[in-house]
Design a protein around this ligand. Structure first.
Ligand SMILES: [Zn+2]
Ligand SMILES: [Zn+2]
Length: 258
């Protein structure tokens, strides 16, 4: 696992990347890149300045497969359409790739646990490719995205919400997307789902964790976006909160399904 010095620099200076004055950022970025060129997170290879992504090489990126179709949030069974006809009351999940893929896993890990924001653009590109194939403009002219929110406490320790960052990067790639970042808030701090051992305990862990705010502007297919779907519990609970406020049945959109 490589590390990105420019990220550490942002952390030390306590500036969210957006607040760093442009020339300053370019200069420090230039010096840091010259001293420590960006590396591909999965394979460690040094990346040239002209590289499309600063966190993954083209060879590793090409090894991330695009998953097909939709699946049930509860049991992961394949669904013929974006409606959950298997376990009703749980959303259908649109997953762009497989969490077993080690390149995708390395990028998600870097984004989530090492706060490497530059891991988001290639993951958004994977989402974009999946959407172009399985949610084409002909059948889905508008896509509304609600990212899974972080509890304010976790937001303070991580510095950013990885799901929101993925949504922002994805919206840059697809003009059909409208972001709704205030439709949902996390009102209860929960343990990380990966730290909870069983399916039932995971469901209990996220119970009543979210509060939704009705948004009349939501148009088109509504998606709850998360980085990874493990047991489907987080997205199911977020959907429950949105429905309680009268928002139409939503589906889950995730980078990877475990
Ligand atoms: Zn690589
Ligand atoms: Zn099912």
């Amino acid at each position: 696992m490589s590390f990105h010095l420019s990220n550490i620099f942002k952390k030390i200076t306590c500036l969210p990347s957006g607040d760093i004055p442009k020339g300053y950022k370019t200069l420090t970025g230039f010096i840091l890149d010259a001293l420590f060129p960006p590396q591909c997170i999965p394979c460690g290879k040094k990346l040239p300045h002209s590289a499309r992504f600063s966190t993954i090489c083209e060879e590793c990126f090409a090894r991330i497969p695009i998953r097909s179709g939709f699946s049930c949030a509860e049991c992961a069974r394949r669904l013929p359409a974006l409606v959950n006809t298997c376990h009703k009351g749980t959303p259908a999940i649109a997953a762009a790739t497989d969490f077993k893929n080690k390149e995708a896993q390395a990028l998600i890990h870097a984004l989530k646990y090492n706060s490497i924001r530059d891991a988001a653009p290639p993951l958004a590109e994977i989402l974009n490719r999946y959407i172009a194939q399985y949610l084409p403009a002909g059948t889905h002219p508008a896509l509304a995205i609600v990212p899974i929110p972080l509890h304010p406490k976790r937001m303070r320790s991580r510095g950013f919400n990885q799901s929101e960052l993925l949504a922002v990067e994805l919206a840059k790639l697809d003009t059909r997307i409208a972001l709704h970042t205030t439709a949902l808030t996390r009102t209860r701090a929960t343990a990380s789902q990966t730290a909870v051992p069983t399916h039932d305990k995971r469901r209990e862990n996220v119970k009543d964790a979210f509060t939704a705010y009705n948004s009349n502007e939501i148009e088109g297919q509504l998606f709850i976006l998360d980085d990874v779907c493990t047991s489907g519990g987080t997205i199911t609970e977020a959907m429950r909160a949105l429905r309680a406020k009268g928002m139409r049945k939503s589906a889950g959109l995730v980078v990877a399904r475990a």
